[in-house]
Ligand binder design. Structure first.
Ligand SMILES: Cc1ncc(COP(=O)(O)O)c(C=O)c1O
Length: 451
């Protein structure tokens, strides 16, 4: 039971959303209209949502005894206890993968995978530009060139139709990114890779349990890479994994991530192959292994809530939910949608995000056109890259960024809310819809006041 003051607060908050909810297909407002409450929060009105959101990352006291046991055992390193291997078996099973290797991070998972798929200095990798910068950096670490496929504005993922024209005689691999946990359209990508004899490395760093045509992301290409960094759905501070339907490839990954020591079917040449130390610790593995059930339950909740948002957001003029490939389920690390300022009386995307955030629904733009951020200019101006490619090729490469029209549009028009908002209940989802609806209803006034 709510006490009187809590009840009053609840009614006030609900009323703030009620007028905005009117756009929701004539749905009946549950509370009386209140002009004060309906004033946009960024202009001093009452926010639609005042309750806050599930904090992230989370911790359970019940996880502590097994972690303490490892700490006290003084067996923390991968090779001195079985917990990392146990985690690998559990994660592989969860995904329906044949095999899994735990790594120190998602970035190191990508670095190991690129090496194992024989991406070498002077090679080229076709990759999605709309991603966290670690994807680009992993390719640069191999002294290879990240060649960007365009982004499909309807899906925010790699447009398969833009891949073939970018393949050269140096291309070794395609790296699709299941951004925000939304599966790429893998069938056409795999078909091109098979025909052109290229490896496929999935960057599934945001796509734990996402599914494409009945298969989990990370098991559809040759290798799939995951991140367990602190913000992720299954976090351990830092951490990563590589999954595959090929145990032999994972043996090779194991060797490379363990200073080149022989592993299983990969006995190398002499006692060592090339390699580095990219190992996971026992404590990381134990933190992760205890979150499997939680991940499964929360993924289902995020999916239910995202489905509800996707079914209703498109009713607001100027808001377009993202389209998933047929028969796909996203993990929703972020829940994105496309914003059309023209339908909001010219309210800029930044102003829109500020106004919606003020309503208690934090949101914002995500990735920009990172290929203009200097990182690639630095790489192609380096001695190594100048040795590996002709000046003409590097110039054409730099010029080709202008062709990424779909990606530019996505960078300019995408807005997203973070995954923890999707852990709320139906009332919370109504608040997200109401906050955006309210900003739309007041967009003329907001555009003027926020100019
Ligand atoms: C798409 C993507 N790729 C790669 C990475 C790198 O993972 P990590 O931070 O664990 O190194 C991340 C992490 O945020 C990511 O989101």
């Amino acid at each position: 039971m709510l006490n009187r003051s809590k009840r009053r607060r609840f009614i006030r908050n609900a009323a703030a959303g009620s007028a905005a909810l009117a756009w929701l297909g004539g749905r009946k407002a549950p509370f009386a209209y209140s002009a004060e409450a309906d004033k946009p929060a960024v202009l001093g009105g009452t926010p639609v949502h005042k309750g806050g959101w599930t904090s992230w990352p989370q911790w359970r006291e019940s996880w502590e005894p097994r972690i303490l046991e490892i700490l006290r055992s003084r067996r923390w390193y991968r090779l001195s206890a079985p917990h990392v291997e146990d985690f690998e078996k559990g994660y592989a099973q969860l995904l329906g993968a044949k095999s899994c290797l735990a790594t120190a991070s998602g970035t190191t998972a990508l670095i190991v995978s690129l090496h194992v798929m024989d991406v070498d200095a002077g090679d080229e990798v076709i990759v999605s530009p709309y991603t966290f910068i670690a994807t680009y950096n992993a390719i640069l670490s191999a002294r290879a060139l990240p060649v960007f496929a365009d982004t499909d504005p309807a899906t925010l993922t790699m447009d398969p139709a833009s891949i073939e024209s970018r393949i050269t005689d140096r291309t070794r691999a395609i790296m699709p990114v299941h951004i925000f946990g939304m599966p790429c359209d893998m069938d056409p990508i795999n078909a091109i890779a098979r025909r052109r004899k290229l490896a496929v490395i999935e960057d599934a760093c945001q796509a734990w349990l996402a599914e494409y045509k009945g298969r989990k992301c990370g098991t559809i290409g040759d290798l799939g890479c995951f991140s367990f960094q602190e913000s992720k759905h299954i976090p351990s501070g830092e951490g990563g994994a590589i999954t595959s339907m090929s145990a032999e490839l994972i043996d090779k990954c194991n060797s490379f991530h363990n200073c080149g020591r022989a592993c299983g079917t990969n006995q190398g040449h002499g006692s060592f192959t090339r390699g580095n130390n990219y190992r996971m610790t026992q404590v990381q593995a134990m933190i992760l292994a205890q979150q499997f059930d939680k991940l499964v339950k929360e993924t289902a909740l995020r999916q239910t809530n995202a489905d509800y948002l996707s079914a209703n957001l498109g009713k607001i003029p100027g808001i377009t939910p993202v389209r998933l490939p047929e028969n796909a389920r996203a993990a929703w690390h972020l829940y994105p949608f496309l914003y059309d300022a023209a339908q909001f009386n010219g309210l800029t995307r930044h102003q829109f995000a500020r106004a919606v955030s003020a309503e208690g629904v934090p949101c914002g733009g995500v990735y920009g056109e990172q290929y203009y951020d200097g990182l690639l200019d630095e790489a192609i101006a380096s001695r190594g890259y100048k040795r590996l490619w002709s000046a003409e090729r590097l110039k054409a490469y730099r010029d080709s960024f202008q062709e990424l029209k779909g990606n530019k549009r996505v960078c300019e028009t995408t807005i997203a809310v973070f995954q923890n908002l999707l852990l709320g209940d139906r009332g919370d989802m109504d608040h997200i819809l109401a906050a955006i609806g309210k900003v739309h209803a007041h967009s003329a006034e907001l555009a003027k006041a926020m100019a």
